[in-house]
Design a binder for this molecule. Structure first.
Ligand SMILES: [Zn+2]
Length: 97
C-alpha cells in the first residue's frame, strides 16, 4: 500500500483497501482443510492468496461467465453490508460479523 494513496483517499476507499489486503493473507491447509503449522514457530503457515475472480472482460465476453464470475454477479446484486454512515462510525467488519 502506498502511503500517499492512503493519505489522500476517502474513508470508504481506505477501509476497502485494508480489507482487500487482509483477504490476501491465506492460511496453508492440508488435504483435509486443516491449517498447516510451522515446525519453527508453531504458528499457522501463510501464503499470498490470489483474488477470488481473475479474468479478462474479453474472455468472459467470448466464453461466458465461469463459476467465480457467476458468484461475483450474484454477490454484486445485493446492496453492500457497509454504508458510508457505518464507515464513519466504526470498522465495517463489525457490521458484517
Ligand atoms: Zn489484490
Amino acid at each position: 500500500m502506498r502511503a500517499s494513496y492512503c493519505e489522500n483517499t476517502t474513508d470508504r476507499e481506505f477501509c476497502r483497501l485494508i480489507e482487500h489486503e487482509l483477504y490476501h493473507i491465506g492460511v496453508e491447509r492440508d488435504e483435509d482443510g486443516e491449517p498447516i503449522y510451522s515446525d519453527h514457530t508453531g504458528l499457522p503457515k501463510h501464503y499470498l492468496a490470489g483474488h477470488d475472480v481473475e479474468v479478462f472482460f474479453g474472455e468472459t465476453k467470448r466464453w461466458g461467465a465461469d463459476e467465480s464470475v457467476k458468484r461475483l454477479l450474484e454477490i454484486a446484486k445485493n446492496a453492500p453490508f457497509v454504508s458510508e454512515t457505518n464507515i464513519a462510525a466504526c470498522c465495517g467488519n463489525c457490521v458484517i460479523g
